[in-house]
Design a protein. Structure first.
Length: 334
């Protein structure tokens, strides 16, 4: 087997030597378990959080332990009645390993949907799609005609948030880091407007594109961008706090937001959430997203890199904004 092991806690950006790729014999399979071969590994901003010794929503990965992560895998051997070799499963939280022995009862064989590629289970029908769906629908509860702003808008979560909000009849403004991403948002994903935060004045652009203020801020980034959005929230606005990617590599505490008092004045509902808490409701979210996908109402992109050996080196794509859509490592052939 091949696995990435966490050797030391990264300081700032992940560096060579923080993780090590090791080879080891396969562990024997126990009753009730299946052996899976990883096809697609999901790379997520939270991978960086799990490497740090912080008080997060899950314990940090231990030094010397295999890096936590998961994706789509094929069952290659089964000692569990409900799964057979050839079945494709979403591993949930496993490790950055080619082969894993997993408890069968936690897994389901994924149905193949007509016209929908398998990678949809990493995007709209996977954890990032469920993050967008429940964060928006359950926390923000969008109403037709409202204005929704989403940051990291061309990423895996953000691109879904904006499209779901459009289906709800909202005006949607995305914030992203390149002209190419902004074009994709307006021309392909159907956003009403997109702001390139690297080349535009975000506050002035929000004033232009959100003439009636902002009812929902789906927050993925934090920092200066979040500050500009909070300053423009409407009375009784909602703010699902999904992520703060601009802070994950910080080596010093990050100050702000300076517009914090506006959350009081505008009676904003601010709610942090972690998608794993919605796990029992995933079937409901997946069913709705699958329907929209098959109706052609949801577009999704993947940014695929190849080879398990390239997993750590590719994580920086998320922090440098090189990905459009869901970042995936193809580890083996589907
Ligand atoms: P994305 O596919 O959105 O990739 C991250 C994107 O963030 C990059 O492409 C980049 O795009 C943008 N970005 C990176 N650094 C900065 C920065 N300093 N300032 C502004 N933008 C930046 O990743 P995900 O969709 O997987 O995750 C998006 C957010 O959602 C993250 O904060 C993540 O932690 C969070 N998340 C939370 C979950 C939860 O359960 N609460 C579950 C899943 C994700 P650009 O070119 O636009 O800069």
């Amino acid at each position: 087997n091949k696995s990435w092991i966490l050797r030391q806690r990264p300081v700032g950006d992940l560096k060579e030597g923080d993780l090590e790729l090791v080879e080891a014999p396969l562990e024997p399979l126990k009753d009730g378990e299946v052996r899976t071969r990883l096809i697609y590994l999901s790379l997520d901003p939270t991978n960086r959080i799990w490497m740090s010794d912080v008080d997060g929503y899950l314990p940090p990965v231990g030094i010397g332990d295999a890096m936590r992560g998961g994706g789509l895998a094929e069952v290659v051997e089964s000692k569990f009645d409900g799964l057979k070799p050839g079945d494709i499963v979403n591993t949930g939280l496993a490790t950055w390993s080619l082969y894993s022995n997993l408890p069968g009862e936690a897994l389901n064989a994924l149905p193949r949907l007509p016209g929908v590629p398998l990678t949809a289970y990493m995007g709209p029908l996977g954890a990032t799609g469920m993050t967008a769906y429940f964060g928006l629908m359950d926390i923000a509860k969008p109403k037709a005609g409202e204005t929704v702003v989403v940051s990291a808008a061309a990423g895996a979560v953000g691109s879904m948030v904006g499209q779901i909000a459009k289906i709800q009849g909202c005006r949607v403004v995305g914030i992203a880091g390149s002209d190419e991403k902004c074009r994709w948002l307006t021309e392909t994903a159907g956003f009403d407007a997109a702001i390139n935060y690297k080349s535009e004045n975000v506050g002035a652009a929000l004033d232009e594109h959100c003439p009636d203020g902002i009812d929902i801020n789906f927050e993925n980034v934090g920092g200066k961008i979040m500050d500009q959005v909070i300053a423009r929230l409407n009375d009784f606005s909602r703010m699902p706090l999904c992520g703060l990617i601009s802070t994950y590599n910080a080596t010093e505490p990050v100050p702000g937001p300076y517009s914090f008092s506006n959350l009081l004045m505008r009676r904003t509902l601010l709610k942090g959430f972690i998608v794993i808490d919605y796990f029992p409701r995933f079937p409901e979210g997946i069913q709705q997203m699958a329907q929209w996908l098959m109706e052609g109402k949801i577009k999704f992109e993947t940014d695929i890199v190849h080879g398990l050996e390239n997993a750590p080196g590719s994580l920086s794509r998320l922090f440098e904004g090189k990905n459009l859509g869901k970042l995936i490592v193809q580890v083996s052939e589907p």
